[in-house]
Design a protein around this ligand. Structure first.
Ligand SMILES: [Zn+2]
Length: 373
């Protein structure tokens, strides 16, 4: 609710340029149903093989993702590349518009795009962001930031001041305090009423927002010593704060949770790191699904922004009719791929999240369901 007029000029232009309809194969009810809360969970770089690797690592004991009642696939290409980066993909989920790789929350010409968090805030909903990378990094950054240069973290940090975000748990504090312009954004956010701390543990005892727990940098892999349930605990904490911030009479919330380092594991071709990140992400999914069970009207959508690493899991021996052929984890690239990514849904109106979606269509469905389209 802090930025009523910020997009007044740009929105009308964007609406004129926006394709009308454009996705005719999704037939939607004339009077669309609504949900109270949306939890969007992004496994950055999480393709089907990454999900399969999690299942294999647990000897096929059921994982939380299997609790999903419906799902589908997402097409991930960006405006200028068949292989997207996380900035363009995050922008598609956050705004419903494709943009160029490297662009964050702006259209291909560089004009700011309204995000689902902007819309939710204006409608009086609460909002939150949780990630294991810097809060300015592509996926979380796309939900409040606007820049032609995704790595200009000092500039993206300024957009936090006007985001209205009620809870943020991630890294990237250094870009708020160690700045070329000399400003101390931690102090400025405190002056706005935020509780600011530099660790998840710093939120112990904090039960309502606005609050941010930003550690100095991105978090390390679980395989390098991170709390193996960091994302799980952060998700639970954010949900607690958002629930306290959301009186029944004022509608619900939008929360984005990113399992950010699944992508880093792919870039590093590091299977051990991948498993640790997937386990934490899946446990966080379990927290979100449990929340949906306990809070009717909550929709949880779990998806990826793209696949990273070109991971395949062939049999260890070419003759896989043999017993004990084992499997191998083969990474075919240190970059991203053009593969479609899986999508899972659970909770209120989960039945609408089935089929093949363009990444921009996911945004349109979620904004419609929240009543902030
Ligand atoms: Zn990546």
């Amino acid at each position: 609710m802090r930025h009523l007029l910020r997009f007044a000029a740009t929105v009308s232009v964007v609406m004129l340029l926006a394709p009308t309809g454009g996705c005719g194969h999704k037939s939607r009810p004339a009077a669309p149903p609504r949900v109270k809360n949306v939890i969007l969970m992004v496994g950055d770089g999480m393709g089907l093989a990454q999900v399969s690797a999690l299942m294999l690592a647990g000897e096929y004991r059921p994982v939380n993702l299997e609790r999903a009642t419906t799902g589908g696939f997402v097409k991930t290409h960006s405006a200028d590349n068949r292989v997207t980066d996380s900035a363009a993909a995050g922008t598609a989920y956050a705004t419903g518009h494709k943009t160029r790789n490297g662009y964050l929350g702006v259209d291909p010409d560089g004009n700011p795009l309204e995000t689902i968090i902007d819309r939710a805030e204006r409608a009086g909903l609460s909002t939150g962001l949780v990630a294991t990378v810097e809060i300015q990094h592509a996926t979380p950054g796309a939900f409040y930031g606007h820049s032609r240069q995704r790595y200009d973290y000092e500039s993206v940090s300024l957009d936090l001041l006007t985001s209205g975000v009620d809870v943020a748990i991630a890294g990237g504090r250094r870009y708020l305090t160690d700045r070329k312009d000399g400003r101390d954004l931690v102090a400025e956010l405190r002056a706005q009423g935020y509780f600011m701390t530099d660790s998840l543990a710093g939120l112990d005892g904090v039960t309502s927002g606005p609050a941010m727990a930003l550690c100095e940098d991105a978090l390390p892999f679980v395989s390098e010593g991170r709390d193996p349930e960091y994302l799980t605990r952060a998700t639970a904490k954010a949900l607690g704060i958002l629930t306290a911030n959301t009186p029944r009479t004022e509608g619900g919330f939008f929360l984005m949770v990113e399992g950010s380092l699944i992508d880093y594991a792919g870039h590093d071709k590091n299977t051990e790191a991948l498993i640790g990140e997937m386990r934490d992400f899946d446990a966080a999914v379990g927290v979100a699904f449990d929340y949906a069970d306990a809070h009717p009207g909550t929709l949880v959508v779990v998806l990826a922004d793209h696949e990273t690493g070109g991971l395949t899991i062939p049999a260890g021996k070419e003759d896989f009719t043999l017993p004990d052929s084992g499997v191998e984890f083969r990474w075919s690239t240190g970059g991203h791929t053009a593969s479609m990514v899986p999508m899972f849904a659970y909770g209120a109106q989960a039945g609408l999240v089935g089929g093949v979606f363009d990444n921009t269509e996911v945004n349109r469905l979620l904004t419609q369901l929240l009543g902030v389209e």
